[in-house]
Ligand binder design. Structure first.
Ligand code: A3P
Length: 319
């Protein structure tokens, strides 16, 4: 069993040795790069894609904070953007593939482990996912007129979801992380792609300044008004539903196919694994708003609410 640091390219090893370091939530340490905490592998992926990714104006990025519902939005955006090529039938790719295998993460799938993929043959519009913070996106992305759909979720549910998820990923002999210990780290911002608040705020501000570039969504709103939100995504991406599609119930069909119940009960998501090794079922836990009420004692709720109010104060963003 190798430490992640040992398998990095020399350039990244050298950089890492100069970065602030903390213990991670799973197996590897976290390093603070450009203001955010990353595992060594993620960091190398970010650096490789900063150096090599060539954006197209037509590219679409789904950007999320981890555990904000990435899997769900990957399914929705894939189905929406490919609805001509893949109508909703028994042959639909989502029925036999996990959303993470259909919409790859830039830095943790395509540019992982120093790989430099050839993405030039992909048809436009290309759809990618990423957790990279706004100011760390590759320069070519900033220079292009590509579009971002940003999904965030309330920090209490994010924390609970991340605590469960990372404990599932830990090797059995490592034991589980306590709620208290990880809560302290989350509050200090020491979590993958954290501080959570900074990640969200940077995209929020961009969405305020450039609403045609960034569509800012909340998991809670998606749950409450999925139909309206899906229509907004389609319009934002320049592929609104036609009258015929609306009349045929396409919006509802996409949402049903991508629902927690449908996806989590598919054989591929109950028993399959991602190419990176995680079990698909780890991405489907409860899929509800407010599960924090079942886990967090009052003091934690108050502390997290307080931090969130302070960080988001004056931004117009609230949960
Ligand atoms: P919970 O742990 O609260 O259940 P991500 O995809 O960003 O890793 O986020 C995972 C969270 O989204 C988990 O939250 C998971 O259950 C939830 N989720 C996964 N698929 C979903 C879907 N189709 N609809 C709603 N929530 C979903």
């Amino acid at each position: 069993y190798l430490q992640q640091e040992e398998i990095l390219a020399q350039k990244c090893k050298t950089l890492i040795s100069s970065l602030p370091k903390e213990n991670g939530w799973v197996a590897s340490n976290l390093y603070k790069y450009q203001g955010f905490w990353n595992t060594p592998r993620q960091l190398q992926g970010i650096m490789t894609c900063q150096e090599h990714f060539e954006a197209r104006d037509s590219d679409v990025f789904l950007v999320t904070t981890p555990k904000s519902g990435t899997t769900w939005l990957k399914a929705i955006m894939f189905t929406l953007m490919n609805r001509m090529q893949y109508p909703i039938t028994q042959e639909h790719p989502l029925l036999s593939k996990n959303p993470h295998d259909l919409v790859p993460f830039l830095e943790i799938k395509l540019y992982v482990d120093n790989q430099i993929p050839d993405l030039s043959s992909l048809n436009s519009p290309r759809l990618f996912a990423t957790h990279i913070p706004f100011f760390s996106l590759p320069k070519s992305v900033h220079d292009s007129s590509c579009k971002f759909v940003y999904l965030c979720r309330n920090p209490k549910d994010i924390f609970v979801s991340l605590w469960h998820f990372t404990n599932k990923l830990r090797l059995q002999e490592m034991g589980t992380n306590s709620l208290e210990e990880t809560f302290d780290m989350f509050c200090r911002g020491v979590t993958i792609y954290g501080p959570y608040w900074d990640h969200v705020l940077d995209y929020w501000k961009e969405s305020m300044e450039n609403p045609h570039k960034v569509l800012f969504l909340k998991y809670e709103d998606m749950k409450e008004c999925p139909i309206d939100n899906l229509r907004s995504i389609a319009e934002f991406l320049g592929c609104p539903f036609s009258n015929e599609e609306e009349e045929s119930g396409m919006v509802e069909q996409i949402l049903k196919l991508c629902s927690f119940d449908t996806l989590s009960n598919l054989e591929i998501n109950r028993a399959g694994k991602l190419s990176s090794g995680e079990e698909n079922k780890a991405f489907f836990r409860r899929g509800e708003v407010g599960d924090w009420k079942n886990h967090l004692p009052t003091e934690m709720v108050e502390k997290l609410d307080h931090i969130t109010e302070q960080k988001f104060s004056g931004s117009g963003l609230e949960f």
